[in-house]
Design a protein around this ligand. Sequence first.
Ligand code: SF4
Length: 373
Amino acid sequence: MKFVTEYRDAELVQATLREIRRTVTRPWVIMEICGGQTHAIVRHGIDLLLPPEIELVHGPGCPVCVTPLEQIDRALAIAARPDVIFTSYGDMLRVPGSDRDLFAVRAAGGDVRVVYSPLDAVKIAQANPDKEVVFFAIGFETTAPANAMSVVQARALGVTNFSVLGSHVCVPPAMHAILGSPHNRVQGFLAAGHVCAIMGYWEYPPIAEQYGVPMAVTGFEPLDVVQGVLETVRLLEAGRAEVVNPYSRAVTFEGNIPAQRVIEQVFEVRDRQWRGIGLIPASGWGLRREFADFDAEQRFDVGGIRPAESPLCIAGQILQGLKKPHDCTAFGTLCTPETPLGATMVSSEGACAAYYKYGRHLDGIALDEITVN
Ligand code: SF4
């Protein structure tokens, strides 16, 4: 398949790894922002194939992982109402709230449906005028355009029984929070290619310059990832805090302007809570006042929920690059995909789930058993 097969070419990956080995002269910590990239890295063992000077740490770019527990509890409370059809992407159904998940609500009789697009939720609302239809609108810049469009379409169609429970967050404020922390370890970033496909990467050069941290816009295939690492290492070794775009087959500097326009039309910048991290100022989006009648939090009285996290879970530190999943005492024992204690284990993009799925909780992964030609 064009644009996929050649980016899975083992010889090209090995050649790029050799170039990284020739380039690196000292230790560097590089963060991949996106959970999809975390899974690609762990699945293909890229972190184990890199020279020991390079440490990859895993960032907060998994939307399920950073959705606050109180927002999941709000979703559960709304979904349990008999007058509601609650719609969501499938990976939110298994994310545990304080005492249950959306699957449990469905098992107890709640009308919880998986949709592949928020526009499908609008159609469900049209077909069920006697019900309130709520879409769980979580995610980063990638899902925001479709979620915004669902509100625009619902208004255009006169659909008044549709609303969204929103939890939108944005990458650049998270970068500021990580880099501005006194505990920060990150020296370079792999910027998430799909986010940049929507937003461009014009927001990143000022961040790179402010903190002296280079970035490479990076895709999701193995060759994309090692190319992103190579470009970041080249900039680090040269002392250049710049942003480069080796993922130019999908990303332009400006991004997708119509998508950015519909986001701006529907959403305004808000402070947002990030699960495990806390409040990051101006780090997300909420519906503008002129679309407030589509806001599920205003339509349903669920504002006062304040749940507590598992005291064992260190997902917040993992999402800031301070710890790895196997640093958690519960990893692979008390916390598994069947019994998740935190969202980074249950989410299909979570770092803990990636480490578990690809056997990092098992003995026997020895770095010296892996050779690079
Ligand atoms: S292994 Fe489980 S408890 Fe530990 S950090 Fe990951 S999600 Fe949290």
